[in-house]
Write a protein that binds this ligand. Structure first.
Ligand code: AMP
Length: 122
C-alpha cells in the first residue's frame, strides 16, 4: 500500500520546531516526547524523524538504520521510565479502524498504573 504523508500534521510540526514538546530523548533518527494528554502517569510518544504514516509503512519503507534507531530509542525510553519491574504497554494506532489521530507513525509507551485488558469487548 502506498501511504501519502501529510507534512502539516502536528508531529511534523514538532519535528520542524514549529511547536514545543516535552522531549524525553532525541537520537539521530527518532524523537521521544511526553503526550500532551497523558492517559497514565507516564505516557511517552516515540516517533521516527522520517515521513512515515503507520507502523507498517515505517517497517516497509524506512532504512535499517532508522528502524534500529527507533527500536533502541523505545528501549532507552523504557529504561528512562524505569518500567522493568512493573511493566508498560506499547501501542501504535493505524488508520481509521485503529483510530489514529495523528498521521505520523508513533508508538505510545504508557506506564505507571495497571492498564487493564488490552481491548474492550464490542
Ligand atoms: P493517536 O490516536 O495514536 O494518533 O495518538 C495521538 C496522540 O498524540 C494522542 O495521545 C494525543 O494526546 C497526542 N498529541 C497530540 N498533539 C500533541 C502534542 N502537541 N504534543 C504531544 N502529544 C500530542
Amino acid at each position: 500500500m502506498a501511504y501519502a504523508y501529510d507534512t502539516s500534521n502536528i508531529f511534523a510540526r514538532i519535528l520542524r520546531g514549529e511547536i514545543p514538546n516535552s522531549t524525553v530523548l532525541e537520537t539521530e533518527h527518532s524523537l521521544a516526547f511526553r503526550d500532551i494528554a497523558p492517559q497514565a502517569p507516564d505516557h511517552v510518544l516515540v516517533i521516527p524523524k522520517g515521513p512515515y504514516v503507520t507502523y507498517d509503512h515505517f517497517c516497509a519503507a524506512a532504512s535499517d538504520a532508522e528502524i534500529v534507531d527507533f527500536a533502541r530509542a523505545v528501549a532507552r525510553v523504557c529504561a528512562a521510565l524505569g518500567v522493568e519491574e512493573n511493566g508498560y504497554r506499547a501501542i501504535t494506532n493505524a488508520g481509521t479502524h485503529g483510530v489514529q489521530e495523528v498521521p505520523h507513525f508513533h508508538m505510545h509507551i504508557v506506564a505507571g498504573r495497571p492498564m487493564g485488558r488490552m481491548l474492550e469487548q464490542s
